[in-house]
Design a protein around this ligand. Sequence first.
Ligand code: UDP
Length: 493
Amino acid sequence: MDSTPLCNLHFVFIPIMSSSHLLPMVDMAKMFARRKVKVSIVTTPLNSIHFQASIDREIHSGSPIQILHVQFPWAEAGLPEGCESADTLLSMDLLSKFTVAMDLLQRPIEELLQNQSPFPSCIIADQSFTCMADVVDKLHVPRIIFNGRNCFFLLCCHILQKDKVHEDVSYNEKFLVPGMPDRIELRRSQLPGILQPGTDLKLQACREATREAAKKAYGIVVNSFEELEPKYLEEYERLTEHKVWCVGPVSLCNKDDIEKGSRSKRNSSDESKYVKWLDSWPARSVIYVCLGSLNRVIPEQLIELGLGLEATKRPFIWVLRGAYGREEIEKWLLEDGFEERVKGRGILIKGWVPQVLILSHRAIGAFLTHCGWNSTLEGICAGVPLVTFPLFSEQFLNEKVVVQVVGNGVSLGAESVVHLGEEDKARVQVRREKIADSIEKVMGEGKEKEVIRETARNYAAMARKTIEEGGSSYNNMSMLIKDIARFKMPKKM
Ligand code: UDP
């Protein structure tokens, strides 16, 4: 960096307690600290356990980074003991209590921040941590929001919230999103909850308040990179005049296997087992299947997925996760003999895997993903084609980014969001034949497959370059730091 003084800058990161928000914010925090800006991450003791080793390593290499703890008020909110992360909720009925617990953190976080030295120069708070807008605004420091999504999502939401074209079509009808740089068609059934017209007035009011708070923020940091979606970034900035800094892909800050493995440590003992198994397969031969940290896919759909994988006759790692429908799945695995039939060429993991580490292995040839934005971007960084199976939230929009904007994957053809907590209404959306056929579209011989694979490799190369010195994300991070350094100056005079 140049002559801008950084020694007094203090960037505070406040993620919500959910892996898919915590992981990218911790990666981002590490990247800022490597630029010698003092960085604090505010979270709860149980959440920090998973990335403590990674932060210790950063401190050891000289980064000015620390974790600031607040106790999670699970008891006051009526949650079970130790329930401190959205992805450990046993039932989605507990989500409202989880929101109450996060609201209760307003006061303790405010007190914590008021006592920091140096005083925070800016606060990068998760947009979903709604009460943080008030906390930060009271401290009179720039509030920067992180919402975990991409520019395509930001633009699409901005347009639909304004034009409301989706409100004039029936639930399953396709409509064209006006004003998008590419011809983007969606169904209302594929839109995230925030874009669904609703009757719950309290929820609508809360969404409106979040939107208003976002409008008043100093700017927004995005875990994406300019080369990935330049037209979407440009158009969003033009329409909203928001300051946007694309500083990703942040998972790439984890360079060696130790860093990738310790990015979120949950079951360290198995890590080397998976890597050893992958070592035994040829390059680009294994399908990696993971549907994120929150998924609650119904057993019938999981069975179709398993049978589709079996039909490919290819090696695979399938992260089953899930408490949802666990017994049925266990019964199927046992009684149907699936595990026995795929023994040797299929690994089933019922817990957590070090995804970034696995994806970076040379044996991985395709990633069947639910299109959570982190996973999508991690897949892009791995340079392997994606087979897309969006489930909920904005994942159908991310699928469009993959299949239409970037062109590094194929869709399984799911048509409707299954909102978290509404799994009982879900049905099978994708059959085994389609799953096997789609995987074959990106694996094996053939000119079209090679085009997709080459696109995937090219974007991975761009991703790596963008975070290196001189790359666009590197420069954007520099600009953000300078911007905050300048913002402080008038206050000092
Ligand atoms: N993840 C992981 N191991 C798992 C499942 C998920 O490391 O077994 C990580 C993954 O690398 C990603 C995040 O958890 O960074 C999931 O975020 P994403 O936005 O893809 O999906 P969500 O969990 O919100 O559905």
